[in-house]
Structures are given as structure tokens and as C-alpha cells.
Design a protein around this ligand. Structure first.
Ligand code: ADP
Ligand code: MG
Length: 682
């Protein structure tokens, strides 16, 4: 039902609420407070301590004084007392209080205590006459995320009305048996207490119920999307083989001990009859690819095909080249499948894949198209997993019959999100860099230094090196990002870098064009590559030793670190120069973190600390719906419970068609939108 039915919400307020993504009464009731202010803490004046926020019951015991120390400043001061002592209520520029209060009034007030010598003051307090009507004082006050033109008090009023009139009509999504079993509040009570909790305990109970409902819905939806592949425990049992160790001995380098350990973990999983479901986390450049290669080798030795899916064509190409090189002495047939292949070549690949002539397939999401069929896919690997959604990975996994699954990422993800994304996922960490890497020297500078930066870059170019210049990230708009890159390119190629070959690379280019540019950069036909963040993942150009990032303040730290990982891949000392266009303390602090550390895990943690989980791990980038109530960092216990219950529910009612699950099913469809409806629930 439209929110305009609620008392106090006309078209104007409705449009403000729309900005907060509140379109229906149900949206409104589920719009939970951002935080709370506990105004239940009643004290006597004599107990008040400097700085604390308290509620007081007092009586006005004298006449107000008004001061006007400056033209734009007026101060009203009113003396009050209770049984224990005396204090002053002080308001700045709020003379209207004079009209509302008079000598002898009993009031309740809430505010912050300031002590000046023996004098106790409460500055700009809120107050209510009489005993207060338990609205603003003596309660736990909800604080909402707001939008311009909508105050917290207005929101509270609207919410009161909505709850009074409509909370009865909210559908009870959770089946009775489940609520009884888990002792969860009914929805009406939960909604009332999440907005206006009677006390801390009822708040906690209300929140628990709502978080459970949200996570259960999410989890059920995901199980349905994944076709519950998490549940299928039986998988391929690959045979033990020593040959992979002979292969390792022939590699051009020695594995780090972290790589060895992680491969051992994979080997154990593969030889087990359970399906492998493993995430490899390792910083940029830690050498994840070779570990994947070893697993593919092992799959081949057991007679199975493997596939490696990567996010970009350039990266696919590069992996294809280096991997077929490593496999060249063996009879392992590697092929590449990307969108830009000629249709003749594509047909050939598809046929060879189907009849088993191809052992290792490397490609982009072209691989998960419907007509791509494997002969006997045994191992499915996804590189840079953060670029793929849940659904894409699920489709890849369905190309085989419970293939072992490996995902690789340079972005550490919190345990809760990992649980949501992968169910019972095992995690391996490559926490060691191959030897001999020179740490990248990172400098953060202000925009006034741009000229000097360019001089420095030119010096490196004259010594035969190459440079990346990354353009500002303009939020959410590919078109604008491209424009920024084009402008920088046009201005640089004829001025500062006119004696060098300058190239341009951005996401809107045809992939063939992109590959072409990248190829030229690799072959040193291009000295300076001006680019958007498309270079973020993976291409190796060891001669490029310098990266300049414009408006670095607009990037996430983890992303800057990932970008920076493009240099420092050769024998030359490498540099990363962050041009910080902001003067804010927090952005300088963020730049400093990158300057000081080369450790991706540490950097991500700090990023998280400074930006908060919402922005850092936007659930959206994983193809997940937004969570309104649950917190991915703290609600891990409820998540586990929801996961277990979701499994039980689907065991009872695989398609959620029983009457007691009908509303739950509806809720899942609402949460996931079309995504789910198209996939299964029909
Ligand atoms: P990432 O983990 O970022 O995907 P890669 O797998 O691309 O890293 O490895 C980065 C580079 O390090 C590659 O050129 C690779 O050949 C090299 N490399 C990987 N492992 C080792 C090692 N143990 N010793 C030396 N070089 C290695
Ligand atoms: Mg990689």
C-alpha cells in the first residue's frame, strides 16, 4: 500500500520518503533506525557528571535571564531544581523557549551536562512539560537516516502513525513452527520494538527476529539460485599422482612455502570424494595462478577437463599464453574462449570441448553461455572472484557434474560474507610473496605537485621504462570515466609527453581494440598508457615501473592497492604516485596507509575501519540484494542459524509451495526481484 495513506504523509513527504527508497507502508515499517539515543537514564541533579547525557525531572525555580553578547547571539538561561540541587538550562538562539516556560513549571528535560565550577548547565536541552508524554524523553529514541527536508522528529511521528494503524496488517512471514522453535517475536511486536523499544532487552529480541527473517530470506533465495549446490556433498575423487611434483620441479621458479601449503590443501580436497569448495586469498602478485595451474594439471592426470574463468579478455589472453606455455611439453590441450573469437574458431572450440579434445579451457564469461558444453568438467576455477556474481559462478559450476570448485581473489572478504557467498567454504591463504620483489615505493602528493610528478615520469621513460596513468574515477558513470581518460590523453600526448608514444585504454573500447593497445604496451610500442580502471586486474608488463593515479581519494584503498599491483613486476624499482585531490584529514590518512604498507590484507582492514562495511563490501558488487537490517560483520551467529533453517525448510518443501511457506516465498521474490523469478521459482 502506498505510504500516502499514512496520516501525516502527503505528496511532499511521500517524495522525500521515496528518496530513502520507501515506497510502501511495508518499506516504511521495515526502515529501521540507524541508531538510538537512550533517554531512559533519569538522574538527580546532584548525581550529574560532566559530559554525560541525562534525563532530569525538574521544576523551574527562578526567572530567566537573557544575554545578547553579540549581534547574532542570544542566550537564555533558566534556573531549575530538584530535591538534590540546582542547575541552569541554557539555550542559544532559541528565545522561543521563554514563551513556553514559566516559573513553577514541572518539566522533564534531556541534554548534556556541562559543569562550570560549581554551576551545572544543560545546554540546548529538549524538554517536555509535566511528566512528559513518553515521546522524546524517558524513552529510547530512534535516530533515522534522513534526507534533506525530513527531520528526525517528523520521521518519528510518521512512524508512530504507521505502526498504530498498519502494524496489525503486516504479514507474518515466518511460519509458526519456526517462530515457536526459535522463540522469535511476532512481526508486529518486533516492528514496534525495533522503532520504539521499551527497553534494551526488547530491542535485542526485536532485532534478532528481524535479522533472522532477513538472513533466512536471503539464504533461501541463494540456495534456490544455486540449486543448493552447496548441499551436494559428493564430488569427484581425483587420483593421487606424483607427476604433478615432477611438473613442479620443472617450473622456472621454486614455489614459495605458502604456495606449497595451499596446493597441499587443494590436493587433499581433490583426492577426497567430497566436492571441493575452496577460496584462495592472496595478495596481488602472490602467485595464485600457478597454484590453479597445478590443480588443473592434477585434474588432467585424472582424465578430467578444467576451466578457468577470468573477468576480462586481456587477462584471459595472458593466462592462456602463460599456461599453454607451461603445459607445452605435455599433451595437455589448452584453448581460449572469449567473445571476440571468429565464429569459425569459436565453433571449433565448442566442438573440441564437447568431445573432450580440449583439456583446459580459459576464458571470460563467454564460457558460461548456454551452448557451451563440456565433456567431463572436473574442476572449475574463477579468478578475481570479486568481479563475478553469485549467479555467474553457479552457472559455471553447473557445467559439470559436481566439479571441484576453486575461487581466487586478491580481496579478502569477511567470514560472514564468505559464508553467504559460498556456504561451507574452505579458505586457503597465500601469505607470502615470491622472493626478490622490490617493494613498490608509494608517494601521496597534492595536485600542486603534478608538474614535478610528470617530470619524474619522463625521467623514467627516458631510462627506457614505461608508465601507467590512471584517471579519476567518476562515480557510477562509465561514460564520464571514459571522457576523463580521453581528455587527459588528448592534453598529454601533444604537450608533456609529446616525445613519447602515448596510448589510451578504457572500458568502452571494443575488446579487440583493448587487446591491441595492451599488446602494444607489452611490446613497448606504447610508453605511457593512459587508462581507466580497466587495468585493475591482471596483466603483466614487467618493464612498466611507474603508476600515477589521479584523484586517488576517489578510489577504495583495496582498489588502489590492486591497481598498484600492476607495477613492481620486473627487476626495476617501481613507483606508485597517488595524486590526492582532497584536503580532508581522512583522505590524507587513507593515502598514508598505502604509503606505509604493501600488505593487501592490512590495507583492506584499514579501509574497512575508515569507510565502514556498507561501502566497502557493498553486497551489490557480489550480486546480492541489499541488506537493510543484518550486519555482515556482527550477525554471524544468526546467519549460521538461518543457513541451517533454510536447509531444513527446503528439505521439507523444496519449492516453497506449502501454504505455511507461501509468504516466505513471496518475500524472497521481493528481495531478489526478477533475478530469482526468472531462474527457478516457476
Ligand atoms: P596473482 O596472485 O596476483 O594472480 P600471479 O599468479 O599473476 O599473481 O603471479 C605474479 C607473478 O609472479 C607471475 O609473473 C608469476 O610467474 C610469478 N611467480 C609466481 N610464483 C612465483 C614464485 N614462487 N617465485 C617467483 N615468481 C613467481
Ligand atoms: Mg591473478
Amino acid at each position: 500500500m502506498s505510504i500516502q495513506y499514512i496520516k501525516g504523509v502527503g505528496p511532499k513527504r511521500a517524495s522525500k520518503l521515496k528518496k530513502l527508497n520507501i515506497n510502501t507502508i511495508e518499506d516504511l515499517l521495515y526502515f529501521v533506525p540507524r541508531e538510538y539515543e537512550d533517554r531512559t537514564n533519569f538522574k538527580y541533579i546532584a548525581q550529574c557528571k560532566e559530559g554525560e547525557k541525562v534525563s532530569l525531572r525538574v521544576k523551574i525555580c527562578g526567572y530567566p535571564t537573557t544575554l545578547k553578547p553579540r549581534k547574532n547571539l542570544s542566550i537564555v538561561k533558566i534556573p531549575v531544581r530538584d530535591e538534590t540541587g540546582m542547575a541552569f538550562l541554557v539555550w542559544f538562539n532559541q528565545d522561543y523557549v521563554l514563551k513556553q516556560l514559566s516559573l513553577g513549571d514541572s518539566i522533564v528535560v534531556y541534554g548534556k551536562i556541562n559543569r562550570f565550577g560549581n554551576e551545572i548547565q544543560i545546554t540546548n536541552p529538549v524538554f517536555e512539560k509535566g511528566k512528559g508524554n513518553r515521546n522524546r524523553i524517558g524513552t529510547i529514541m530512534p535516530i533515522y537516516s534522513l534526507t534533506k527536508g525530513l527531520s528526525n522528529n517528523e520521521m518519528i511521528r510518521i512512524m508512530h502513525n504507521a505502526i498504530k494503524e498498519y502494524s496489525n496488517k503486516l504479514p507474518e512471514v515466518l511460519p509458526d513452527y519456526l517462530r515457536t522453535e526459535l522463540n522469535l517475536m511476532p512481526i508486529k511486536e518486533a516492528i514496534k520494538n525495533i522503532h520504539f523499544p521499551m527497553d534494551k532487552n526488547s530491542y535485542l529480541k526485536a532485532r534478532r527476529r528481524l535479522v533472522f527473517e532477513e538472513l533466512l530470506t536471503l539464504q533461501l533465495g541463494l540456495f534456490l539460485i544455486k540449486n543448493r549446490s552447496n548441499d551436494i556433498n559428493r564430488g569427484i575423487q581425483f587420483s593421487p599422482s606424483d607427476e604433478v611434483y615432477r611438473f613442479i620441479d620443472k617450473l622456472p621458479f621454486k614455489l614459495t612455502s605458502a604456495q606449497k601449503r595451499v596446493f597441499k590443501e587443494i590436493e587433499k580436497d581433490m583426492e577426497d570424494n567430497k566436492q571441493m569448495n575452496r577460496l584462495i586469498q592472496g595478495d596481488v602478485g602472490s602467485g595464485k595462478t600457478i597454484v590453479a595451474v597445478l590443480a588443473m594439471f592434477k585434474a588432467y592426470k585424472s582424465g578430467y577437463q578444467s576451466v578457468l574463468m577470468v573477468p576480462t579478455e586481456i587477462l584471459a589472453q595472458q593466462h592462456y599464453e602463460s599456461i599453454s606455455n607451461l603445459f607445452s611439453e605435455y599433451d595437455i590441450n589448452c584453448e581460449l574462449l572469449i567473445g571476440s573469437l571468429s565464429s569459425k574458431k569459436k565453433e571449433q572450440v565448442l566442438e573440441d570441448l564437447k568431445n573432450g579434445n580440449i583439456h583446459v579451457l580459459i576464458g571470460t564469461h563467454a564460457i558460461i553461455q548456454e551452448h557451451v558444453e563440456f565433456n567431463n568438467l572436473g574442476l572449475a576455477i574463477t579468478d578475481e572472484q570479486h568481479r563475478f556474481g553469485v549467479k555467474q559462478r553457479a552457472i559455471l559450476n553447473q557445467k559439470g557434474n559436481s566439479p571441484d570448485i576453486l575461487v581466487m581473489t586478491a580481496t579478502p572478504i569477511p567470514r560472514t560474507l564468505a559464508l553467504i557467498l559460498y556456504g561451507d567454504l574452505d579458505i586457503s591463504i597465500i601469505d607470502e610473496m615470491p622472493p626478490g620483489r622490490k617493494p613498490i615505493e608509494t608517494y601521496a602528493v597534492g595536485t600542486s605537485m603534478i608538474e614535478r610528478v610528470n617530470k619524474f615520469v619522463k625521467k623514467q621513460l627516458l631510462e627506457g621504462r614505461q608508465a601507467y596513468i590512471v584517471c579519476p574515477l567518476i562515480e557510477e558513470s562509465d561514460t564520464l570515466n571514459v571522457k576523463a581518460a580521453e581528455e587527459l590523453y588528448m592534453s598529454f600526448k601533444d604537450t608533456i609527453y609529446k616525445d613519447f608514444n602515448v596510448g589510451l585504454l578504457h572500458g568502452k573500447m571494443q575488446s579487440q581494440e583493448k587487446d591491441n593497445i595492451m599488446e602494444q604496451f607489452k611490446n613497448k610500442k606504447i610508453d605511457v598508457l593512459i587508462s581507466t580502471t580497466v587495468i585493475e586486474v591482471g596483466v603483466d608488463v614487467p618493464n612498466a615501473n611507474i603508476m600515477v593515479i589521479y584523484n586517488a581519494e576517489r578510489f577504495g584503498l583495496a582498489q588502489l592497492h590492486q591497481l598498484r599491483g600492476r607495477v613492481g613486476r620486473g627487476k626495476y624499482q617501481s613507483y606508485c604516485i597517488l595524486i590526492n585531490g582532497s584536503n580532508s584529514r581522512i583522505s590524507r590518512e587513507r593515502m598514508r596507509i598505502l604509503q606505509r604498507s604493501n600488505d593487501g590484507f592490512y590495507i583492506s582492514e584499514k579501509d574497512l575501519e575508515l569507510r565502514g562495511p556498507g561501502e566497502f563490501f557493498g553486497t551489490k558488487q557480489h550480486g546480492l540484494p541489499d541488506l537493510k537490517i543484518a550486519n555482515l560483520f556482527t550477525d554471524i551467529d544468526i546467519l549460521k542459524l538461518a543457513q541451517q533453517k533454510a536447509k531444513e525448510i527446503l528439505d521439507r518443501d523444496y519449492l516453497l509451495i506449502d501454504e505455511e511457506h507461501f509468504l516466505l516465498r513471496q518475500k524472497i521474490i521481493n528481495m531478489f526481484g526478477d533475478r530469482l523469478e526468472n531462474l527457478i521459482l516457476n
